[in-house]
Design a protein. Structure first.
Length: 119
């Protein structure tokens, strides 16, 4: 059975408490750990990978990607929990902001950053 987000958050709380790790779970440390894990995901695709989704059909590659995504997700949940941030609410707010920054008529089919649109 797949755990729900709140259950994962509670397991992360217990995991940290059992190990007396809460003292180490500062905003800086969790943000650094999150960044490191994102870099480890990127490292999988360094040089020879990342050009197509078909590479994820290779079991070894897929397992590595899944592990790194899990690490990223867990650190993200831990940070949001400790900071008392509602991820769903802020994600929804950000989607609205992005829609304003990247209007369809200017952004469709281009990879330009919002401040370069219309140039």
């Amino acid at each position: 059975m797949v755990m729900q987000r709140e259950d994962l958050i509670e397991r992360l709380r217990i995991f940290a408490e059992e190990r007396d790790w809460n003292v180490f779970h500062t905003p800086r440390n969790i943000a650094c750990a999150l960044s490191v894990e994102a870099s480890e995901l990127l490292e999988i695709f360094q040089w020879s990978r990342g050009e197509g989704w078909s590479e994820l059909s290779e079991e070894k590659v897929r397992t590595k990607v899944e592990d790194e995504l899990a690490d990223i997700y867990l650190y993200l949940l831990r940070f949001a929990d400790l900071a008392k941030i509602d991820l769903d609410a802020v994600a929804e707010r950000k989607i609205v902001k992005n829609a304003v920054k990247y209007p369809v008529n200017l952004a469709k089919g281009t990879d330009k950053k919002y401040n370069e649109l219309g140039e």
